[in-house]
Design a protein around this ligand. Structure first.
Ligand SMILES: CC(C)(COP(=O)(O)OP(=O)(O)OC[C@H]1O[C@@H](n2cnc3c(N)ncnc32)[C@H](O)[C@@H]1OP(=O)(O)O)[C@@H](O)C(=O)NCCC(=O)NCCSC(=O)C[C@H](O)C(=O)O
Ligand SMILES: [Mg+2]
Length: 291
């Protein structure tokens, strides 16, 4: 049975809010979700113009099944209040708030959304991208039912840590793991950070695979060329789907015979493996339904 509430979020593409061409092009791109950006990708002089452009794009639609979100400027900036008000009025699927550092900040955003009359379907996507946010990840994730997604900001995190970008991301793994623990403990979606070198296909795919193996639901992206490998890596493969079906069938057969444990291809299968197999099938079906 298809889970209507499950939204694949394998690929989440940022685009600069001032870039009309990118906002238009996104309507044809195979991204699960879009982040129309008012923060880092927009120069201070273009903030107002980008706000109008992004909010008008988000409210006029045309993005099909893609989730549309708006990234506002941070709580401590001169643009935040006007961004949040305009974004709430546009009513996107989510409002991405950068550099969220505490549960109190989530409450402030929640109250502001209520005050501005944002539609109920507009959720909060909190970016966690500072050392203090990693240490507060659980309280941030748990702060509000309206908070749906945690988004890693690995550029800011590396900057704050004085860390270097190296293959395998060893310097960031502590922070990434804390955020993952918080997301899974509170039932939220969690998205990995961006890969800056748009010309390095091999390095990008390796980082997607690392993110998936760690448990991320998907990855944030900066270029259309990153969509195909990201969608592929974060989707269950045909082999994984076949294996999931085999596990479920074998377990149900065993249950009918009164047994609670069985082996498939020599491996022990218990209830928890069946839960995981069902999750894989549900995700695969949600991806197929989306297309
Ligand atoms: C990275 C880029 C600046 C590269 O730009 P460019 O060299 O112009 O790309 P191409 O010429 O290869 O573009 C080919 C076509 O694709 C369209 N395009 C490019 N990027 C996007 C996009 N993100 N969304 C939609 N469409 C895009 C171009 O318009 C071309 O189209 P066409 O004219 O039809 O050929 C550029 O890709 C870019 O600006 N990317 C987004 C950057 C961004 O949003 N950065 C902020 C978010 S990342 C961040 O802040 C992380 C976080 O906070 C942290 O701390 O880590
Ligand atoms: Mg950032």
């Amino acid at each position: 049975m298809t889970d209507e509430t499950l939204r694949p979020r394998r690929s989440v593409l940022y685009m600069p809010g001032a870039n009309e061409r990118a906002l238009e092009k996104a309507k044809t791109l195979d991204a699960d979700a879009l982040i129309l950006d008012l923060e880092d990708a927009v120069a201070p002089d273009s903030k107002e113009e980008a706000r109008e452009r992004v909010c008008s794009a988000a409210s006029s639609g045309g993005y099909g099944s893609r989730e549309v979100t708006i990234r506002v400027n941070g709580l401590d900036t001169e643009w935040h209040e006007a961004d949040l008000r305009a974004a709430a009025e546009a009513g996107p699927d989510g409002i991405v708030v950068p550099k969220v550092n505490s549960a109190a900040e989530v409450h402030t955003i929640e109250r502001a959304l209520e005050f501005t009359g944002a539609p109920e379907h507009t959720t909060i996507w909190a970016m966690i991208e500072t050392p203090v946010a990693m240490l507060h990840a659980e309280e941030i994730a748990a702060a509000s039912a309206r908070l749906d997604v945690l988004v890693m900001g690995t550029n800011d995190l590396a900057k704050e840590l004085h860390a270097e970008f190296v293959p395998g991301r060893t310097p960031l793994l502590g922070g990434l793991s804390l955020a993952l623990l918080a997301a899974r403990a509170t039932g939220k979606t969690i998205l990995d950070g961006v890969y800056n070198d748009v010309s390095d296909a091999e390095g990008f795919e390796a980082e997607c695979l690392q993110g998936r193996q760690m448990g991320f639901d998907g990855k944030t992206l900066i270029h259309p060329g990153q969509l195909e490998p990201c969608n592929r890596v974060f989707a269950p493969s045909e082999d994984e789907v076949a294996q999931a079906r085999k596990i479920i069938d074998a377990f149900e057969e065993a249950r009918a015979e009164g047994r609670g444990v069985v082996t498939v291809d020599g491996r022990m299968i218990e209830n928890l493996h069946v839960d995981n197999a069902r999750r894989i099938l549900a995700l695969s079906e949600a991806i197929t339904t989306r297309q």
